[in-house]
Design a protein around this ligand. Structure first.
Ligand code: ZN
Length: 165
């Protein structure tokens, strides 16, 4: 069986930055299972895995455009603390994440991370920590199977490496 849309792919992966530092890896724990063709992994990696078979080892570099995006200055914001609901104001500290409208498109949501607090201003960014970073993936395909109807219905994988519910 080859990897194609609506297959469930189980893989081991290691993600490195261009300096060779490991940013994330499934090695040493359970492999990752995802539903192929549903944008659950970055676009460049998903495309590179099309038609692969079990046992294939894939080394690829994904550009920021096909990865976590390029840095968007419009997503670096200084917000007045009063823009946050009172119960959230107490909990604002670096690293706190929240979802809010994209500044360029109020139909779209963006995930923001608090960077710092400066008096009554809160500095936040909607840029992904890996924006602008070319992603070096080293992947080994462990298993490929057809997704069940229930999985397609839910849009995610059930069982090992996936949702347990
Ligand atoms: Zn489900």
């Amino acid at each position: 069986m080859k990897i194609s849309t609506d297959t469930v792919v189980t893989m081991h992966y290691t993600l490195r930055n261009p300096e060779g530092e490991i940013l994330d890896s499934s090695r040493g724990s359970d492999p990752l299972a995802y539903l192929h063709g549903h944008s659950q992994i970055v676009a460049g990696l998903e495309r590179a895995l099309n038609d692969r078979v079990v046992g294939d080892k894939v080394d690829i570099v994904v550009s920021p455009e096909d990865g976590y995006g390029t840095h968007d200055e419009n997503l670096d914001l200084a917000l007045p603390i009063s823009a946050f609901p009172p119960e959230m104001q107490k909990e604002l500290e670096p690293g706190v994440q929240f979802v809010a409208e994209h500044p360029d498109d109020d139909e779209q949501m963006a995930m923001y991370t608090v960077l710092s607090l400066d008096g009554d201003r809160v500095l936040v960014t909607g840029n992904h920590p890996l924006a602008d970073v070319p992603l070096h993936f080293d992947v080994e395909i462990v298993e490929i199977r057809a997704a069940t109807e229930e999985e397609l219905d839910h849009g995610h994988v059930h069982g090992p490496g996936g949702h347990a519910h």
